[in-house]
Write a protein that binds this ligand. Structure first.
Ligand code: APR
Ligand code: PHB
Length: 394
């Protein structure tokens, strides 16, 4: 088998790349270890920046998002029993975000791929990448007990944090930066109306909480929990009780509880790989970097990697130019580090860190007090939350 681009991973990164390449008439095959249903069962954040919305439109998969997604012009920060609204729209000259679950977005991308008859191999096992340091890379895999080889011009590593592509890069060529946070997020999804029409980020003495949503009738809530907590310890009732304790009176009065549809604990990590290109293999999305979920930057950073990568590959074929390929890693990393910084900062600001001493608590309090009382402070949150422009800082 031969293709121009072998894409490893059918998460949002791989599917979006496949779509953008197909629009430009470039052949690609996607290899995915799991089934499509399994990919769709993973619940992740759902806040899209304008840059990401534009990209989905460009890929021709934005119709349902515009119909069903909720446009948000602000969010609340709850601290010390008081809510402070960050007026994103007002503070950024009219920018909003879109609340649209990653599951739905992935479903739209999958359907567009199927409709266009583009090839995806699900349950591709033992995927291995070869010779990406030469002009003739290839990928091998097994499916239903048979072995296959794909020869290609490029390999796109869209295979997430635990993927094979980053793991196959020579150790001497890679630098990894990592910070693991001393707590996790317990998430609960339920078919109940959201407690508020906008998101509420909560810093309470009992720890962080987040009131998010998927639609007018589906809510997503999170609680900061110790890393040692097991999901079995958290009945739905225990979750709702703890959430009530972290909310304000208005939140407690308005909260509508119900049976969970999904409940899971996720660790929080900041992680960046440098570089993101190894010869003819590129990393994109979670394969190259992870952010803690505070601020929901993960999917948005993945989308901009894919934008840079698709442009680079299209220029290679259409303009015979390698400039985009050569600058891919540096361009991505510049944007990624900005997203990493914001996600780390917002995490520090809103969580209670075990072992923090009295002075650390006062610093956090003083910083929140400053942000809530300074328009410049609020604007810096808003500007980062809606997403920095693609060409920010050149
Ligand atoms: N062979 C084939 N496929 C693989 C392999 C492998 N060896 N390893 C991993 N995969 C697949 C996974 O099964 C998964 O479906 O790669 C896909 C990677 O998808 P994601 O983890 O969703 O990563 P990405 O597409 O980059 O999406 C980034 O996901 O975690 C969130 O915050 C993140 O929203 C962001 C988005
Ligand atoms: C979510 O809805 O899952 C979500 C929203 C905002 C975040 C993180 C997660 O900052």
């Amino acid at each position: 088998m031969r293709t121009q681009v072998a894409i490893i991973g059918a998460g949002p990164s791989g599917l979006l790349l496949g779509q953008l390449l197909a629009k430009a008439g470039i052949d690609a095959i996607i290899l995915e270890r799991q089934t499509g249903d399994y990919v769709l069962s993973r619940i992740r954040a759902g806040i899209l920046e304008q840059v990401c919305i534009d990209l989905l439109d460009e890929a021709g998969v934005g119709v349902r998002m515009h119909r069903e997604g909720l446009v948000h012009g602000g969010f609340e920060m709850l601290y010390n029993g008081q809510r402070h609204r960050i007026d994103m729209k007002g503070l950024t000259g009219g920018k909003n975000v879109m609340v649209y679950g990653q599951t739905e977005l992935t479903r739209d991308l999958m359907e567009a791929r199927t409709q266009a008859g583009l090839p995806t191999v699900y349950q591709a096992l033992n995927v291995a990448v070869h010779d990406f340091d030469t002009q003739k890379p290839s990928v091998t895999y097994e499916k239903d007990g048979e072995s296959f080889k794909i020869e290609c011009d490029f390999i796109a590593g869209c295979d997430g944090f635990h993927g094979v592509c980053r793991a196959s890069a020579p150790r001497s060529a890679i630098t990894e930066f990592e910070k693991v946070y001393p707590f996790g997020w317990l998430g609960l999804l339920s078919d109940t109306p959201p407690v508020h029409h906008e998101l509420i980020y909560v810093n309470s003495p009992r720890g962080f909480a987040l009131c998010s949503q998927r639609s007018q009738t589906r809510s997503r809530y999170y609680l900061q929990v110790p890393l040692t907590d097991m999901i079995e310890q958290w009945s739905d009732e225990a979750f709702w009780q703890e959430l009530r304790l972290r909310l304000d009176d208005e939140g407690r009065a308005r909260l509508i509880t119900g049976q969970s549809i999904e409940k899971s604990i996720a660790p929080l990590r900041s992680f960046v790989t440098e570089p993101m290109r190894f010869g003819r293999m590129f990393l994109a999305g979670d394969a190259g970097h992870i952010v803690p979920p505070t601020g929901a930057k993960g999917l948005n950073l993945a989308a901009t990697d894919v934008k840079y990568l698709s442009n680079a590959i299209i220029d290679y074929y259409q303009e015979s130019s390698e400039a985009g390929i050569d600058s891919y890693s540096a361009r991505c990393l510049k944007r990624i580090w900005r997203g990493e910084r914001f996600s780390w900062w917002f995490t520090q600001l809103m969580h209670r860190f075990p072992g923090d001493d009295a002075i650390a608590a006062r610093f956090q309090q003083a910083e929140l007090d400053y942000l809530f009382n300074s328009e410049a402070g609020a604007r810096t949150i808003a500007e980062n939350y809606v997403g920095l422009p693609l060409d920010f800082g050149g």
